[in-house]
Design a protein around this ligand. Sequence first.
Ligand code: ADP
Length: 404
Amino acid sequence: MPTLPNNPNHVLVLNCGSSSLKFAIIDVNTGNDIISGLAERLGDDAPSIKYKFKGEKTTIKLAANQAHAHAIDTLVDLIKDHNLDEQLVAVGHRVVHGGEHFTQSVLIDEHVIAGIKQAATLAPLHGHANLLGISSAQASFKNLPQVAVFDTAFHQTMDEVAYLYALPYQLYKDFGVRRYGFHGTSHFYVAGQTAKLLALPIENSNFISAHLGNGCSVCAIKNGKSVDTSMGLTPLEGLVMGTRCGDIDPGLFNFLTTQLNYTAQQIDDLLNQKSGLLGISELSNDCRTIEEAAIAGNSQAMLALNMFCYRLAKQIAAYMVPLQKLDALIFTGGIGENSDIIRGKVLTQLAFLGINLDPQANLDARFGQAGLISAANSTSKAVVMPTNEEWVIALDAANITKEL
Ligand code: ADP
């Protein structure tokens, strides 16, 4: 964990997607939200901002076709109307792809913008949205320093053995084709919190963290550093996710184009939007809906859950190769923090690692509670640890800007 700044400070955290903007003002001393919300359907015919302030939820309708700049203007008015600007010290931006250039969070200047543009060639949709968010925020908050926090930065400690694809080396050298990994802010945060919970020194502990939300990834963390992770060049690689397929045979591309006349865009949509839990269950990408259907006897929902858990358990077991010894397996993200069913199924398959499930503790670990879910006689522990990426972004932004 970064160290806390000396004075109480608030940071505006922005997370720009292609048609959405998540925002929160975070008190860096507590990690609490002062205000939080989501602008969605940006650029569409009915964009809106939904936010929560002092426990009350409000929706503001935006004019049709308005996008990020307008949403940020509206957000600025909202912040000023509630006098929340007085305590703001910085804006922290979640930037999805930092390429190889960014190994930590940085103060945004023109060189950083150029670096983000360069990395955006690897993730055009996300990169373009992140740049839009930065330029809109710079225009609206002229007096506030802006900091970029990268999803990829934590994984820059991976060795080339772990990050290279077995492709012609030239593709890596000339175009940066390699594995980067994502969810770095979350993996970093939950590893630090788990070390605290278990009273272990992070610099001498081995963890595997499973971030299971709409996107899912596993990370092997050795002595506080990421040594391998399941997402790759893009957030499509690795586990079965809500709508993403994770690992597949790349030969599928040839089959789909030559036999079924798919275009590259159609394949991209298929693998990113129509696969995963949704594709197998033919029901939903939402884990809760699938669990309810499986309990009610829907066999495809049960198959989707079983595939999700089998692939996850297999990936976790694979990370014993770089780690050799495991202190704790960490579950986080909406599914990891709440689904006792998924945690139970995964841990049952991993008993050979010396993790014995405590069924009651597993049932009890829900609604943002951190805690141990392994039995006392386990040689490696299992932990549920709620993530808080916004707090890490706020802390980094406050720390980087406090000496300015
Ligand atoms: P994002 O990646 O968009 O941040 P979240 O971390 O919020 O997503 O995770 C969303 C996922 O968490 C959804 O699949 C949702 O069904 C699942 N989830 C949330 N609460 C529960 C619950 N009580 N039981 C099972 N799954 C849950």
